[in-house]
Each structure stands twice: as C-alpha cells, then as structure tokens.
Write a protein that binds this ligand. Sequence first.
Ligand SMILES: NC(=O)c1ccc[n+]([C@@H]2O[C@H](COP(=O)([O-])OP(=O)(O)OC[C@H]3O[C@@H](n4cnc5c(N)ncnc54)[C@H](O)[C@@H]3O)[C@@H](O)[C@H]2O)c1
Ligand SMILES: O=C(O)C(=O)C[C@@H](O)[C@H](O)[C@H](O)COP(=O)(O)O
Ligand SMILES: [Zn+2]
Length: 367
Amino acid sequence: MEEAVPPASATVVIRAGSATYPFTLASGQLGRIGTWREAVGNARTVAVITSRPVAALFPGALRTIAETGARRVVLEVPDGEDAKTLQVVGRCYQVLAQARFTRSDLVVALGGGTVTDLAGFVASTWKRGARLVHAPTTLLALVDAAVGGKTGINLPSGKNLAGTFYQPERVLADDTVLTSLPVRELRSGLAEVIKCGFIADPAILDLLPDPARAQAQRYLRLIELSVRAKAQLLSDDVTDRGLRRHLNYGHTAGQAIETASGFTLRHGEAVALGMVYAARLCELLTGARGVTADTQDALHRVGLPTRLQAAVSFEQMWDLMQQDKKVSPGRPSFVLSPRRGTATLACMPQREIARAAFDDVLRPERR
Ligand SMILES: NC(=O)c1ccc[n+]([C@@H]2O[C@H](COP(=O)([O-])OP(=O)(O)OC[C@H]3O[C@@H](n4cnc5c(N)ncnc54)[C@H](O)[C@@H]3O)[C@@H](O)[C@H]2O)c1
Ligand SMILES: O=C(O)C(=O)C[C@@H](O)[C@H](O)[C@H](O)COP(=O)(O)O
Ligand SMILES: [Zn+2]
C-alpha cells in the first residue's frame, strides 16, 4: 500500500545565477509530442546523446522527438562512466560536424548522470554553446546530475577534472523512468537524496523509501524536495565557490573511493561511504556525537553500504583526495554536517586524523 504523501508540484523553477529554467516533473511526459514540440522549438536538428541500453528502454521518447519534424541524430555513447572521456567527447564533435550542427540546434541528454555530464560538456563547448535539454532517466540524474549545470569528464588523474558550468534550457523529469531502474541504481540515487537531507532538509530523512517496493508518490515527493534543496544552494553560487560546496558533502572522500575502486562502486555507493567518513571526521574534529550512527542508520534503511568491501587503501583514498579540484591548501574545502539539515566547511584534515577516521569506519572488517 502507498502511504498518503502530499502530491508533488509539477514544476520547480531553477534559478542559477542569471539563468532561470523549469524542472518539470510530470509522469509519462517523455513519450508526449507536446513535451518535445515545446522543448525542440525551432531547432532544425536534435542530437540525442544516449547510450545503447538507455535508447533500447525509451524507443517512445526517441520516436516522439523525430515526430516533431526536426532532423534527429542519435549519438550512442558507451554506457556508464566510460562515456565521460575526452575520446568520447571527440567522437561527439565529429558527429556534430558531419551533421552541420549549429548553435541554434538542440542537444538532448537522454540517460543517467554520465550522459547528462557528457552531453552538457559537449553542448557547452560545441561552437562555444549549443542549446541543451536534459531528460534524466535515473533517480540520481533526476535528483542531482540534471540540475545545476555542472558538466564533467574524467581524466586518468581523477574524476570530473575537466568540466564547465552550463545550464540546460529545461529539465524534463518523468518519474516513470524509475519503473525499469535496477534496485542498485535506485539506492545509488538515494545516496544523493540522503545527502540533501543531511546538508539542507531533514524532512527528506523521514520519507526514505524501501527500494524493494514501488512507492511512486514517495519518489515524486523526494525528487521535488531534493531538487528544491539543490536549487536553493546553487542559486547564488553557480560556480561552486561558496554555499554550493555543501552539495559536495561525502564527495571528497567518496569520489576518491569511486575512482580507486575502478568504478566498480556506483557513484551513490561511493558517496554513501564518503558521508560515513565525513561524519566520523566531524566527530573527531569537532567533538560532535552520534553523527556517524545517524548517517549509518539512514544509509542502512535504504540498503546502501556503510563500510568498504572493495580493496581501497587509505593511501589511495588520501592521494586522490588531494587532487580533488576544490582542495587548496589552508582553505576550507571539506564539507561536514554536524547536525541534520546543516553543513559547514572545514580544512582538509591532517593525515593522522584522516587515517584514524578511515580505520574507525571504512576499513574492511577482518573476517
Ligand atoms: N553534474 C552533477 O551535478 C552530477 C551530480 C551527481 C552525479 N553526477 C555524475 O553522474 C554519474 C552517475 O550517474 P548515474 O548513477 O545516473 O549513472 P549512469 O548514467 O551510469 O546510469 C546508471 C546505469 O543505469 C542505466 N539506466 C539508465 N536509465 C535507466 C532506466 N530508466 N532503467 C534501467 N536502467 C537505466 C544505464 O544504462 C547505466 O548502466 C557519475 O558520473 C557522477 O559523477 C553528476
Ligand atoms: O552540483 C553540485 O555542485 C554537486 O557537487 C553535486 C554532486 O552530487 C556531483 O556528484 C558533482 O558532479 C560533484 O562535483 P565535483 O565538483 O566534485 O566534480
Ligand atoms: Zn554526486
């Protein structure tokens, strides 16, 4: 049985500095001609960036884009993190060049966060800026990656080390995409939802779903609350110099762990571990109590990992953390959340404290 949860409103207006655009949350809209007519506008060519598995899941969306009358070009990129490389960016540019793609043509990102990160980068750099619409198909992309205009490409030396800030014209959020999403991917998205609960809106933490059950109303509500929380933090800090950094909670350690695991961990799983780590650091640095237990409890409720299983050493994590793009010596860059709904910035911890926190909460337990 579905619990009675207040219905989500249809549109969240995202204000990102001088840009304003709608995040429309409407079940089934990716298959509607009206949605796409409005999104395509007067573009002559629509380049849909997607991956093969995602394209196979959403033939209706692809067909409907073609029915708008615009010429449709489908760029199938590798699935998952393999899409976020300079090589794939180069291949996208080649296809756009062959299609004589102009700045008034439209790039549509149809997929998860890897696709929105890649497509955003391609659109922002193609002729210094083509039109862009996001059609997120994972929970993680719905609540996070499709909003706020961060684009990212991975380099051998680290995750998201090349990127731009480039806002889409609109985000077409259709919660029915969740019906085909594997539970592991749902959980991964819930890590970013839980992050918003800790740094901004504690009400989120009282609404956490059971990922093994269908709870459509609850997801609608969580999508809306998470997007509102994100929008609030980035509205006056699009370029990540101040408040927006709170959205990086769990990411300094998390993205280091994600990279060190060779991307065997999903982004959200790594962020979950990063939040546990940040919680323990918070206790060690500030004397706060109960932060780790509260974090572990929220993550356990949705079945996310709270301790490393993969072989990632402290040294690997520590080295990669130093290369995080927001780290600069002596300046606060590590996000802590001492209490539900709040976040602060601290300097990178000293190595001994960083190691102690790792040993306390992340190091795989000996069997
Ligand atoms: N730019 C940002 O603000 C931001 C925010 C958060 C995360 N990210 C980035 O997002 C990426 C992770 O995104 P993700 O978790 O969506 O991963 P993803 O894009 O790799 O998608 C995960 C998997 O789900 C599959 N999939 C997609 N939609 C599906 C559907 N509806 N049904 C069934 N399967 C489906 C894909 O084929 C893929 O294998 C990371 O690279 C991360 O760095 C960016
Ligand atoms: O939008 C933001 O700002 C975020 O930090 C959201 C994160 O969830 C996301 O993973 C982002 O891509 C991480 O950014 P990075 O600057 O650490 O690469
Ligand atoms: Zn993230």
